[in-house]
Design a protein around this ligand. Structure first.
Ligand code: FAD
Length: 367
């Protein structure tokens, strides 16, 4: 039996209820509160702390390598590729205007695309001028991509640098957003697993796991990314798992963020260790899952890659997986699913970059 207090304050009606306390859920709450200071806002998170992609990612503040952009152009038209790139860059700008660089642990360290051989390098190097024109046309940035020498072992001697890319600390980001949301008066409830909702008069009644009471809200926002298809099976959201490894301390650092093989493999420095992740393209069927877990084939591939191309003494000291949301398009889903029920999801491997823009878009859509 719930007490009077619990019924009134836990389950009492709220203006806006957001499901998911990852980057998008937290930023949506912050932008809603800034727009509607008097509104009551709850975030419902199923875990004790957010357990999606937002604190499991690599922390690349990136907006596209030439290899990735050329690959995108095989399935998307050039304007769509340019728009996605602009969304990523503007998303990072918006994020950095919402949270200070210091609180994000942000460094403009540069992004580098490395290659195994001359042929792969040339395919991308030939597109440098074209891609620089494209970036200039949508963002006004000059000389974004430049070729420079690469000192990594067993790689081609040249790599392509994107001088406007950087890195941040994903947990710093989420902590800063939680602090900001709470300071604005947003209530973040943990351990509230949303199972569904229904229209209840002019409100929406939200059903929770192991709870006979419904939460009432005027507007519901699903910021559940890769897990959205458990709540809305018909939505074009396909969960994909990503493996991440971190080495022992190596006593030397690798400056910048690195991409290889169209962005499928990525690596960077953290605390003088190497973080390396990705390679889900070598076992795409096994990795098409929303269940966390290891993949020996990918772990071995990433370990061998790191030993050959980054540090021969690389050993795995930390390992985890995270779940991203993909679909038939690389664009995020921001829409009103049904009356007063909104979705802001499917951020692919770009949510650090586009999360703020996606949150802003859903807040604009809500009105
Ligand atoms: C390994 C990895 C590396 C990545 N690297 C980068 C990178 O370097 N740069 C970049 O830009 N992007 C990167 N990404 C992508 C980025 O992390 C995501 O796009 C972004 O975090 C998505 O944020 P989100 O808030 O939409 O979703 P999430 O962070 O997944 O949050 C969704 C939240 O909803 C909660 N939830 C789900 N269902 C329910 C329910 N029924 N009831 C209540 N709560 C629920 C979950 O517990 C979770 O906390 C990476 C992702 C992974 C997995």
């Amino acid at each position: 039996m719930y007490s009077y207090w619990e019924k009134k304050y836990w389950f009492g009606q709220t203006d806006f209820t957001i499901v998911g306390s990852g980057i998008v859920g937290l930023l949506t709450a912050i932008y809603l509160k800034q727009k509607h200071p008097k509104a009551s806002i709850k975030i419902l998170e199923r875990e004790a702390v957010p357990k999606g992609a937002s604190t499991k990612n690599a922390g690349f503040a990136c907006f596209g390598t030439i290899g990735e952009l050329l690959d995108d152009m095989t399935t998307m038209d050039e304007q769509e590729v340019a728009n996605t790139l602009a969304l990523r860059y503007k998303g990072l700008e918006l994020l950095r205007s919402t949270v200070s660089d210091n609180k994000l642990g942000f460094k403009l360290s540069g992004g580098y695309e490395v290659f195994s051989d001359l042929k792969r390098y040339e395919q991308c190097a030939e597109a440098i001028s074209k891609m620089n024109r494209m970036v200039y046309s949508v963002l006004g940035l000059s000389h974004t991509f430049q070729s420079q020498s690469c000192a990594l072992p067993n790689t081609y001697s040249q790599m392509i640098c994107n001088q406007y890319e950087g890195e941040l600390n994903p947990v710093y980001l989420v902590l800063a957003l939680r602090e900001q949301a709470r300071a604005l008066g947003v209530n973040i409830y943990s351990g509230f697993v949303v199972e569904g909702w229904e229209k209840a008069g002019s409100k929406i009644g939200i059903s929770l796991q192991h709870c006979e009471l419904q939460l009432k809200t005027k507007t519901l926002v699903l910021a559940t990314n890769a897990f959205t298809n458990k709540l809305l099976a018909q939505l074009d959201v396909i969960p994909k798992r990503n493996q991440v490894l971190v080495s022992q301390p190596l006593g030397r650092r690798l400056d910048g963020t690195y991409h290889y093989d169209k962005g499928y493999v990525y690596f960077r420095n953290i605390d003088n260790r190497v973080l390396i992740g990705g390679a889900r393209n070598i076992d795409p069927i096994t990795e098409s899952t929303s269940t966390y877990g290891s993949n020996d084939k990918i772990v071995q591939h990433l370990t061998e890659f790191a030993q050959r191309h980054i540090a021969s003494d690389f050993e795995v000291q930390y390992q985890w997986s995270g779940i991203i949301a993909t679909g038939s398009s690389k664009s995020p889903i921001v829409k009103e699913q049904s009356e007063n029920v909104f979705v802001a999801a499917r951020l692919g491997g770009m949510g650090v970059a586009i999360g703020a823009q996606v949150a802003k878009q859903v807040v604009d859509l809500i009105g």
